[in-house]
Design a protein around this ligand. Structure first.
Ligand SMILES: [Ca+2]
Ligand SMILES: [Ca+2]
Ligand SMILES: [Ca+2]
Length: 443
């Protein structure tokens, strides 16, 4: 009887230990979720930036959650076209027959079914880095499909335009080619989460060409959304009114330049800013999204903030199909949530408010946008002209940043470890006691 009691006690302790030390995710269970029907995506509860009261996306999604007619060009490191939670939301070039080595629609690109790889000059814009796949998931991971995460838009057409290698570096002329492709093939929005890394060695001619391409996008009615950049080499944000960054500092009507909010709701330490150049701030801290290989993980940076704005613009264009890119931009800026901490930092003095933007008046109140276009002085120099997809900035919670961890393997509740350790020891002690009392007697 004693043997069974001790065995029972040991098993009980073991079970208790496993229960106490179970893995938990980065959202505490006490966090209250909005009393709304969230989409069925299992990780949506961990997409804290989407479901917080600030963005009110669950309420927005009651209003509108799809933008099936809107084409968003993602000019980036490529995207994992096979990702389980993205593959239904890619733009399809209906005039192109895949894999027949022919340019069936005569647009100058062979087999460009979902976009093109301008870096390798082939039809497979697969992501070798993760950045572009993460951006695509924020804009438009398939929502309410019982898989992974959801994008701001549950349903949208993403055109994948890859212009960097696996190191995240590309060339300005390649980026320009991608912009022209987006114009020629019907994009409504261009998401450009990248900056030119070495402006001092960038030729005036290539910047003029870049500006010209974005102006052509404007004439085609395309909204060009870009990131303000993740600060200097020490990840310290700076004023890009004073020290221009491109394309962020090119002041054009159809451009929106986006800064990143940190975890506390004010401007992130790493985020660049500029009261004339940067339009608004959006969430950028520890954003959960898709990563290559059916993975999911957290990145932080103005790149992520940019994708939030692109996704919002897609919903707005879907709801108001007659609106121009400039109207969409003006409404988003007019209905940004005013924050004292953003005064002097961004033009709108506010952060993205999707609910207000979608619900807002259609009359456009007057903010003076872009009226003080500044003349930028461009330093002429020779190549190399490197354009870098922005590396994700390290967030304050470094365990959440950069790692691209799968949620399945993430975050044990380490605070419970000491107690769990004691509970694990108990069954061992129990077994030792059994051994000490019974076995020697039988010898
Ligand atoms: Ca083609
Ligand atoms: Ca073809
Ligand atoms: Ca999903």
């Amino acid at each position: 009887m004693l043997l069974f009691r001790r065995l029972g006690f040991s098993l009980f302790s073991l079970l208790l230990a496993l229960l106490v030390a179970r893995p938990v995710y980065s959202v505490s269970e006490s966090q209250s979720l909005p009393p709304l029907n969230l989409p069925s995506d299992p990780y949506v509860a961990y997409q804290t930036e989407m479901i917080t009261p600030e963005l009110q996306l669950p309420i927005v999604w009651e209003l509108i959650h799809g933008a099936p007619q809107v084409v968003v060009a993602v000019i980036d490191t490529g995207v994992d076209l096979d990702h389980e939670d993205l593959r239904d939301n890619f733009w399809v070039n209906s005039g192109e027959i895949p894999d027949n080595d022919m340019d069936d629609d005569g647009n100058g690109y062979i087999d460009d079914v979902h976009g093109f790889d301008f870096y390798d000059n082939d039809s497979s814009p697969m992501d070798e880095r993760g950045h572009g796949t993460h951006i695509a998931g924020i804009i438009g991971a398939v929502g309410n499909n019982g898989l992974g995460v959801t994008g701001v838009a549950w349903d949208v057409q993403m055109m994948v335009l890859k212009f960097t290698g696996g190191d995240g570096l590309g060339r300005i002329d390649t980026a320009i080619e991608a912009i022209r492709y987006a114009i020629d093939n019907g994009a409504h929005i261009i998401n450009s989460s990248w900056v030119i890394k070495s402006p001092s060695t960038t030729t005036q001619q290539s910047l003029t060409e870049l500006k010209k391409a974005i102006e052509e996008a404007s004439q085609a009615g395309i909204l060009f959304v870009t990131g303000a950049g993740n600060g200097d080499e020490n990840k310290k944000g700076y004023d890009i009114d004073q020290t221009p960054v491109y394309p962020a500092s090119l002041k054009l009507d159809n451009m929106m330049t986006v800064a990143a909010l940190g975890g506390d709701g004010s401007l992130a330490n790493y985020s660049n800013f500029g009261s004339q150049t940067v339009d608004l701030a959006a969430p950028g801290n520890a954003i959960l999204s898709t990563l290559p290989g059916n993975h999911y993980g957290y990145y932080s940076g103005t790149s992520m903030a940019t994708a939030f704005v692109s996704g919002t613009a897609a919903l707005m264009m879907s709801r108001n199909s007659e609106w121009t890119a400039l109207q969409v931009k003006d409404v988003i800026l007019n209905y940004a949530t005013h924050q004292g901490s953003l005064e002097g930092k961004v033009l709108s003095k506010g952060s993205l408010n999707i609910m207000q933007s979608l619900n807002g008046e259609t009359t456009l109140a007057g903010i003076n946008l872009d009226e003080e276009a500044q003349e930028v002085s461009l330093e002429g120099a020779e190549s190399p002209e490197q354009v870098g997809a922005e590396d994700p900035a390290v967030s304050q919670d470094s365990s959440n940043a950069l790692s691209g961890c799968s949620l399945h393997t993430a975050q044990w509740d380490t605070s419970s470890f000491p107690f769990a350790f004691i509970l694990l020891i108990l069954p061992l002690l129990g077994l030792l006691a059994i051994r000490g009392r019974h076995f020697p007697r039988n010898l």
